[in-house]
Design a protein around this ligand. Structure first.
Ligand code: MG
Length: 395
């Protein structure tokens, strides 16, 4: 491993999709009226959001002239070739030849390229997130430090995890699944409103009964309510003491979010769809959010840290989001989370994590209510042979 201060520029960037085939789609089986179209997509009626029938992710490998490899990952579930084209056609050409030690400067340079055209979010920032993670990974390997150490941490060697999603067909089965996780040492949970078939009030009431008074139970409302509807709902839920309510109103309605945060008497969480510190600032400046949930697959390490530090400066707890991925951006999220004092918990997407935990060498661990932070240099994981077999190069 090279540990020199001489420049070691990026020589190549490669893009891959990773097949994450599972028996049933994310959040569980299709509900009445949900139909897979000819491109393999369907829309959840509860949140009007498109999902693939077949999960996948987008992984990149950046290689320096001396041969150090850095791995990055971003969302690949919807139209992954769009993000791949942004990397292959545009970003790679501006990264090759640059010294990855300048990772934040490179991030800002790439962000600036497309501002004038309005690409301050979406697929463009997803592509940038994948590159950013890979540059941090290389910098860690080059210096012999974990990303958490590069960022000035770690504050924590393990990170509390909450069980997210209960992908079963009936409420009784969902309660049983939650109970099984409780027996494995987890006492914090979140369920998703679009697949709470009898409504969030009945779902929370049943889970509270099953899990007891000490359990913390959050609800992901998936941006599905008006502010007025969300306020009515929070009153109905209050007796069962939800832990927090996530994404109550559409992301465009920042004033509505502020109204719910101020008037509802409940902790309001959000952030999974944000890409940058500017998205965070618009909500936090208005006191529209109580818990900040950055998603590494959308933010990369640079923006994740900026969002996290902005949250800390406003005395807001951070509970990072974790989505469908192959383990690369999850490892990056754990590294960055360990370097933020304000992180109090982290999403544990067990229905994706458990079937694919063998996709990373130096297997990620989430046991007994906590993630264990990988200690090796960089983000701390590499694709395993199993992941490599599921990877397909996009050129
Ligand atoms: Mg969510």
């Amino acid at each position: 491993m090279a540990k020199s201060s001489l420049p070691d520029p990026i020589a190549a960037v490669e893009v891959y999709t990773v097949d994450l085939q599972q028996d049933q789609p994310y959040l569980g089986s299709l509900r009445t009226g949900e139909v897979i179209n000819e491109h393999g997509y369907f829309v959840r009626r509860g949140n009007r959001t498109v999902y693939p029938s077949h999960n996948r992710s987008l992984v990149i490998r950046a290689i320096t002239e001396s041969g150090i490899e850095g791995w990055g990952e971003t969302y690949g579930i919807i139209a992954p070739t769009a993000t791949a084209a942004i990397i292959n056609d545009l970003l790679a050409g501006f990264v090759i030849g640059q010294d990855p030690i300048r990772r934040e400067a490179i991030h800002d340079q790439l962000y600036d390229l497309m501002r004038v055209r309005g690409y301050t979010g979406g697929f463009y920032l997803d592509a940038l997130a994948a590159i950013d993670i890979a540059l941090w990974d290389i910098t860690g390997k080059r210096t012999g430090l974990s990303v958490a150490a590069l960022l000035g941490g770690p504050y924590h060697a393990s990170i509390p995890a909450y069980v997210s999603g209960l992908p079963k067909d009936t409420l009784a089965e969902r309660c049983e699944l939650a109970q099984q996780w409780q027996q494995r040492g987890f006492d914090d949970f979140k369920f998703a409103m679009p697949v709470a078939d009898e409504g969030p009030v009945k779902e929370l009431t049943a889970l509270r009964k099953e899990l007891g008074n000490e359990a913390r139970i959050a609800i992901d409302l998936h941006w599905a309510y008006t502010a007025r509807e969300a306020l009515d709902l929070t009153q109905q839920l209050a007796g069962e003491r939800p832990w927090f309510l996530e994404a109550p109103v559409p992301t465009e309605d920042i004033e509505g979010l502020a109204e719910v945060a101020v008037l509802s008497n409940q902790a309001i969480a959000g952030g999974e769809e944000w890409r940058t510190e500017f998205d965070a600032r618009q909500r936090i400046d208005r006191r529209a959010i109580h818990i900040v949930q950055p998603e590494m697959g959308h933010t990369g390490i640079t923006q994740f840290m900026r969002i996290g530090r902005f949250a800390q400066a406003h005395h807001l707890p951070i509970i990072p989001h974790a989505t469908i991925g192959a383990g690369i951006f999850l490892a990056a999220s754990l590294q960055a989370s360990a370097a933020l004092r304000g992180v109090v918990s982290h999403e544990f997407q067990h229905s994706v994590f458990e079937p694919f935990r063998h996709f990373t060498s130096n297997v990620l661990s989430c046991e007994d209510g906590s993630y264990i932070l990988p200690q090796t240099p960089g983000i701390g994981v590499e694709p395993s042979d199993a992941m490599r077999a599921a990877m397909k190069r996009i050129t």
